[in-house]
Design a protein around this ligand. Structure first.
Ligand code: 13P
Length: 256
């Protein structure tokens, strides 16, 4: 939406240990001097969230959790809750395609997580996207609808102001296959009209929507210029300091 800073989130997935994450963050901080018109966020391994939260200069960068469990406390061996992440991260990814497709998370899980994030002052980034098969069989609209409406089912029209949607077509994640800007624009229109249906046109126009899927420094500007795109969710390219800082610079230029 016009007027927003562009939001660039680097999702490091299960890469970089605590030490390497800290070194990277330091170098990124140096590399992106002077781009305050871009909101830069990194999502490190859960292990690094706490140390990086002490290191990060929050005027320049923020942290996101890649995942969390939706209960606040309890006998849930191996899980980390949004309550435990509260104060350490500003954002939390919800329903990432790897969570849905590798770990079998259901729409109900994203719904609970969206709410858990909100009650712990963490902005949920609800990730939605169709598989190649779903796209080929003309189900894209329905899939996006189900993931979106299912994920947002219990939130209020006040809370929608604090939610980010990431459109990540599954077939474009980690494959090097680019969704065309035309396809992304169409998907974003679909998403906004579905949000308008739930919360009204004004809210739908204000919700931030990101694109993710094989974004590189070369393709970043094309996506950032798409009408209705407010930023990027970057996987592989966010692990390369030069590439990721170039993407941030491109967002800076697009904003100018
Ligand atoms: P890639 O940029 O590696 O395709 O990953 C996208 C993604 O899943 C970000 O969350």
């Amino acid at each position: 939406m016009a007027g927003h800073k562009k939001l660039i989130i680097g999702n490091w997935k299960m890469n970089l240990g605590v030490h390497d994450a800290s070194v990277y963050l330091h170098k990124l901080d140096v590399a992106i001097q002077g781009h305050r018109d871009v909101e830069v966020v990194v999502a490190p391994t859960a292990l690094a969230v706490q140390p990086l939260s002490l290191q990060v200069n929050r005027h320049k960068m923020k942290l996101a959790a890649q995942n969390f469990y939706w209960r606040d406390f309890g006998a849930f061996t191996g899980e980390v809750s949004a309550t435990q992440l509260r104060g350490l991260v500003n954002y939390g990814l919800v329903g990432h395609s790897e969570r849905r497709h590798v770990f079998g998370e259901k729409i109900k899980d994203s719904r609970e997580k969206v709410q858990a994030a909100l009650r712990n002052q963490i902005t949920p980034v609800l990730c939605i996207g169709e598989t190649e098969h779903e796209r080929a069989s003309g189900e894209m609209r329905d899939v996006l609808h189900d993931q979106l409406v299912g994920g947002l089912a219990n939130i209020t029209s006040e809370e929608i102001n604090d939610i980010v949607i990431a459109y990540e077509p599954v077939w474009a994640i980690g494959t090097g296959r680019n969704a065309s800007p035309h396809d992304v624009e169409a998907a974003v229109l679909t998403i906004r009209s579905q949000i308008a249906h739930l919360f009204g046109k004004e809210k739908a126009a204000a919700v931030r929507i990101l694109y993710g899927g094989s974004v590189t420094a070369d393709s970043a500007s094309d996506y950032l210029r798409i009408k209705g795109i407010d930023g990027l969710l970057v996987g592989g390219a966010s692990l390369k300091l030069h590439e990721f800082s170039e993407i941030i610079k491109k967002a800076h230029v697009v904003v100018q």
